[in-house]
Design a protein around this ligand. Structure first.
Ligand SMILES: Nc1ncnc2c1ncn2[C@@H]1O[C@H](COP(=O)(O)OP(=O)(O)OP(=O)(O)O)[C@@H](O)[C@H]1O
Ligand SMILES: [Mg+2]
Length: 508
């Protein structure tokens, strides 16, 4: 009176196999679920019981124990409803089939319908890795599982329909793999639309090539928002594992559209400045990804940075540095990845014209200071590139200069990324921005002239150790963009330039 089936759980963004073991023995009637079940899993007993009866089946008599193995990991969600019900039917002899090659996932409604669950794409990918070849999943989202090669996916509408299939009475048609493409060319606004702003465009090319966080600062209407929105158009196409991770985070946050089995372009998230700290970093009763993680593998853009609540900005510091955000709630703690490029834009003062070449600023010195000081020193320190976006001149708007398209810029970015992939292939990082201090020592070797230039800049500008490392990382990216093996003086000089703004607006 024992049965075992495979299902999947999701922890963070990674799925792992959960074996649903069912035992029915003689004795007082009872129905226990063990193996660290969360609240939703405990409630599964009531749903399974009702779905069983309302599907015209007999709920087994006797003492029922369901174990979700491995018992050491906490189980969340309603995904185990379907495998628990099938386990009961197998263990009580009401159903016969071999489940050893199959994976099951689905929430049950009380009338036996099979409802969607979160994170199905990651589960299907993990099922394939675990060597399973057949998936029985909720029909409404079955296309997600069908994305994964080598998995035969059966979309399940209801429990009776699944039983008719398993007993050979009425086979379910397997789901055809959905058509999708990870080529993102032409799917974002293009840099060719932006007039002038050559320096800012170059800075964003560096940001894209090395994964560097960037601050754009300048007067109203100079094109900051426009520039930021174009960053995804020069990033490399997503890889399949990246797409699976980002899709899973959207699914866990309940933001994956029902008709989208997989996200195929890098996310660009631009939350409004009224957002709360938990909505930015992640929160909810059970930990749910926030904007930081929804931007995973893409871009998080905070426009009008000083307007964001101070606690929200401070909460960004650690995740921006580590690429992971830890969310702890009463119902448990989770870590979600946030491997992002962070872009922030701001005016230099409330009226926007402080430091403007021809307009006069109407703010007094104290107001300007208070405004700029909303961005703390440690926060600024985590942003590799500080870029001034100057106002566009009339002649530029009317000139007939041919502007570079995103596709052209992207070729250079891709080449620089390839060099980094090759260099860091055994290290587990993807780009220069993720170099730790120890790795900076190892990979950012300076030519002698570059070293003496940096030493001079270090003394003259009073750089911090963190600022020093950031300059080296940016210099590494500049060298990679040129295909240069070593970091030369010119790369260091440009890197120092790309961080000089904070000394103009935030003199210590
Ligand atoms: N460099 C530019 N090339 C072409 N159009 C531009 C440029 N700069 C600004 N514009 C035009 O001005 C509009 C406003 O630009 P944008 O919103 O990017 O400015 P901003 O710097 O973000 O201003 P604010 O500080 O007010 O947010 C754009 O939608 C675009 O039509
Ligand atoms: Mg703007």
């Amino acid at each position: 009176m024992f049965a075992q089936l495979s299902s999947m759980g999701v922890w963070g963004v990674d799925a792992y196999e959960v074996r649903v073991e069912t035992s029915i023995s003689a004795g007082l009637p009872g129905f226990d679920v063990v193996g660290l079940p969360g609240a939703a899993v405990k409630e599964s007993r009531d749903r399974v019981r009702a779905a069983c009866r309302n599907s015209g089946l007999q709920f087994p008599k006797g003492r029922i124990t369901v174990n979700l193995a491995p018992a050491s990991v906490k189980k969340e969600g309603s995904v185990y409803d379907l495998p628990i019900l099938l386990g009961l039917l197998l263990a009580s002899g009401q159903l016969q089939f071999d489940p050893s090659d199959c994976f099951f996932a689905g929430e049950l409604s009380l009338n036996g319908a099979v409802r969607p669950v979160k994170g199905l794409l990651a589960m299907a990918a993990a099922a394939q890795t675990a060597g399973l070849h057949t998936a029985f999943v909720p029909a409404a989202i079955a296309a997600q599982a069908a994305v994964i090669d080598g998995l035969q996916v059966f979309p399940v509408e209801t429990v009776p329909a699944l039983l008719a299939h398993l007993t050979g009475k009425q086979p379910i048609q397997p789901m055809a793999p959905p058509a999708y493409s990870l080529h993102s060319a032409g799917r974002f606004p293009d840099f060719a639309d932006v007039v002038g702003q050559q320096k800012a465009k170059q800075a964003l090319e560096v940001a894209a090539a090395g994964g560097h966080h960037t601050l754009l600062i300048g007067p109203p209407g100079s094109g900051k928002s426009m520039l930021a929105a174009r960053l995804p158009s020069i990033l490399p196409d997503m890889t399949l594992p990246e797409a699976i991770q980002t899709t899973t985070l959207y699914s866990l946050a309940g933001q994956l559209p029902a008709d989208t089995p997989i996200l195929t372009t890098r996310p660009f998230r631009a939350p409004h400045h009224t957002i709360s700290a938990p909505a930015l970093t992640g929160g909810g009763k059970t930990p749910t990804p926030g904007e930081l993680s929804l931007a995973h593998n893409g871009v998080l853009f905070l426009d009008e940075l000083p307007e964001f609540p101070k606690n929200a900005l401070e909460a960004l510091r650690q995740p921006l540095e580590n690429g992971v955000v830890h969310v702890s709630r009463v119902a448990g703690a989770q870590s979600f990845p946030c491997n992002i490029i962070f872009i922030a834009a701001m005016n230099p003062c409330p009226c926007g014209y402080f430091g403007h070449p021809d307009q006069t600023c109407v703010c007094d010195a104290k107001t300007v200071r208070r405004y700029l000081n909303r961005i703390s020193g440690p926060m600024l320190d985590r942003i590799d590139l500080h870029v001034e976006v100057a106002p566009v001149q009339f002649h530029e708007l009317h000139g007939a200069v041919k502007r570079e398209s995103s596709a052209q810029i992207r070729q250079r970015v891709n080449a620089a990324r390839k060099i980094q992939q090759q260099r860091y292939r055994n290290i587990g990082i993807s780009c220069n921005a993720r170099l730790t201090p120890a790795l900076v020592r190892r990979f950012c070797e300076l030519e002698p002239a570059a070293r003496s230039f940096l030493q001079e800049a270090f003394d003259r500008l009073g750089l911090s150790a963190r600022g020093h490392d950031r300059i080296l990382k940016v210099a590494r990216t500049l060298a990679d963009l040129q295909g240069a093996q070593n970091i030369g003086r010119v790369h260091v000089a440009q890197a120092v330039q790309l961080r000089s703004l904070d000394r103009k607006y935030w003199p210590s």
